[in-house]
Design a protein around this ligand. Structure first.
Ligand code: 5AD
Ligand code: SF4
Length: 510
């Protein structure tokens, strides 16, 4: 039984364990976008909801949610924490203090999945020691490993109490009650429609504790079925949230101090959500609505697929000043033959054309991509084509991976797998090239004045840290009271991983 006593804890902390997807960035301008009505958050509505949530029953159990993989998981982890805080759980600062540990897992590459099982092995040991000392530990596996492996997780690791897929999160409290009766449960049903409606909105205190930059899931799932990827199997078909729900979530975030929102989805630019008139809205429609929300200074989106990169969305980069001049647009390979075999549905020329149109719309746009080396059958010539595409685009940042065969995907069935050594050599060559481009991009910002959104204290006393429009980490001398502000900063030094600047002036239009 859950004990219903004890004081309410602070907002729950989510520890994020890695990140292979990245948010995007935008510049800031003083002028407001013309012709838009500013959308005002309704304070009374929010306060009522907060009061209702804070009146939730209390218990003395402590929770730790560990998030692996992409931003979609970071968002889901926050929602699980909000849900359980509503049930009276409070944050455990350390694993040793937690009565409930949730691993929100990633299945994208073999190494990500295996890491989960080694984490579970460690937690199983902790659970055994706890039991000997007369205390318990509940272990929950959520996310994509849960979805892909279901009951197999329960069989592989007997210490696991609950396996819950990403589409079943709203059922977490009921399922936990079943585990309290000694049941071991796996729930991996797809029920996307229920998911968002069944999840509570965070309170203002919870939002404030998570900082000035927030994710909002607008779309989930993927219909693309790239030959290497597990996502269509773990996250299901593409489903978009309604416009009204998204705008209301964004207004609530803005009212609680959020200044930057990244719209996230496995295929975010395939977004087609229903608006208040029953019409299908696009991502650029959403950005236009979000631009009108008072307090929001920057808008970003990730991750996009090239075939869904419409001219309307490209044009939004020209017409909406709050939309970041940064785009993460994975291409995976520069070889037409490999792109075809990956089932990417476009060739290299198509990608280069999008880049050209984006640069026409927003000349300073910075580009980012994902690459896979060593997809089955990839020749030296194919790999050279990838390097040629990289040289042609000139990326500001990239993520690159050795191909990892994933069970159930067409790529894994192929007999022409590439040996590890070839993958290693190609990855090193690719990373050397993109690193050169990244350093050159950083060095080119020296002496420029950029709008920096300050997010947190810096590493040294008297420093604050934030992000440039192009997703670069920037630090400057400044008081902590400037956190949450968008300030004009002159870049005075470019290091390997961050820029240093001097604050010149405030930029907010509000
Ligand atoms: N092997 C290696 N990398 C992969 N990715 C997805 N599936 C695999 C795989 N099987 C990479 C892609 C994708 C990113 C999120 O992860 O580059 O864009
Ligand atoms: Fe995976 Fe391809 Fe869908 Fe991206 S578009 S999530 S790589 S299947």
């Amino acid at each position: 039984m859950l004990e219903r006593s004890g004081p309410p804890g602070p907002p729950l902390r989510i520890s994020s364990c890695s990140s292979w997807l990245r948010g995007e960035e935008e510049p800031q301008r003083h002028e407001e976008h013309q012709g838009l009505n500013r959308e005002k958050p309704k304070i009374s509505e929010l306060l009522e909801k907060d009061a209702a949530q804070q009146a939730a029953p209390k218990n003395s159990r402590k929770l730790l949610v560990k998030s692996y993989g992409c931003q979609m998981n970071v968002y889901d982890s926050a929602r699980m924490s909000d849900l359980l805080e509503g049930e009276g759980y409070s944050e455990a600062a350390r694993e040793e203090d937690a009565d409930l540990v949730v691993l929100n897992t990633c299945h994208i590459r073999e190494r990500a999945s295996e890491k989960i099982y080694s984490e579970l092995g460690r937690l199983a040991l902790m659970k055994r020691e706890r039991r000997e000392a007369g205390r318990d530990l509940t272990i929950v596996v959520a996310g994509c490993v849960a979805q892909a492996e279901g009951e197999l997780v329960l069989r592989r690791q007997s210490a696991v109490d609950l396996v819950i897929g990403p589409q079943s999160l709203q059922r977490l409290p009921q399922l936990l009650r079943r585990t309290e009766q000694g049941e071991r449960v796996a729930d991996t049903d797809f029920a996307v429609e229920e998911k968002f409606a069944g999840l509570p909105q965070p309170t203002r205190a919870q939002i404030a504790a998570r900082g000035v930059s927030a994710f909002v899931t607008v779309q989930e799932g993927c219909d693309k079925f790239c030959a290497f990827c597990v996502v269509p199997y773990t996250r299901g078909a593409e489903v978009s949230r309604g416009v009204k729900e998204i705008i209301s979530e964004a207004r609530r975030l803005a009212l609680s101090g959020v200044r930057e929102i990244t719209l996230i989805g496995q295929n975010v630019n395939a977004y087609r959500g229903e608006d208040e008139h029953g019409r299908a809205a696009s991502l650029e429609d959403l950005f236009e609505r979000l631009s009108a929300i008072e307090g929001l200074e920057r808008l970003r989106y990730t991750t996009s697929h090239p075939v869904d990169m419409t001219q309307g969305l490209i044009d939004a980069h020209a017409s909406l000043p709050k939309l970041a001049p940064f785009l993460h647009l994975p291409v995976q390979s520069g070889s037409d033959r490999v792109l075809r075999e990956m089932n990417r549905r476009h060739d290299a020329a198509f990608y280069l054309d999008i880049v050209a149109r984006l640069r026409r719309a927003r000349p300073d746009i910075a580009l980012s991509s994902d690459f896979i080396v060593g997809f089955p059958g990839e020749t030296d010539r194919d790999f050279e084509d990838t390097l040629a595409l990289i040289r042609a685009v000139d990326f500001a940042s990239t993520f690159s991976f050795k191909y990892s065969p994933r069970p159930g995907t067409p790529g894994a069935e192929r007999e022409d797998q590439i040996d590890e050594e070839t993958k290693r050599v190609r990855l090193a060559a690719l990373q050397a090239l993109v690193e050169e481009q990244r350093q050159a991009f950083n060095a080119a910002t020296l002496g420029r004045r950029l709008p920096i959104l300050f997010e947190k204290p810096g590493r040294h006393e008297g420093q604050i840290a934030g992000k440039s429009p192009y997703m670069q980490a920037v630090h400057a001398e400044g008081d902590a009271s400037l956190i949450g502000r968008l300030l004009e900063v002159e870049i005075v030094a470019a290091g390997a991983n961050s820029l240093a600047g001097t604050i010149v002036s405030a930029m907010e239009s509000a």
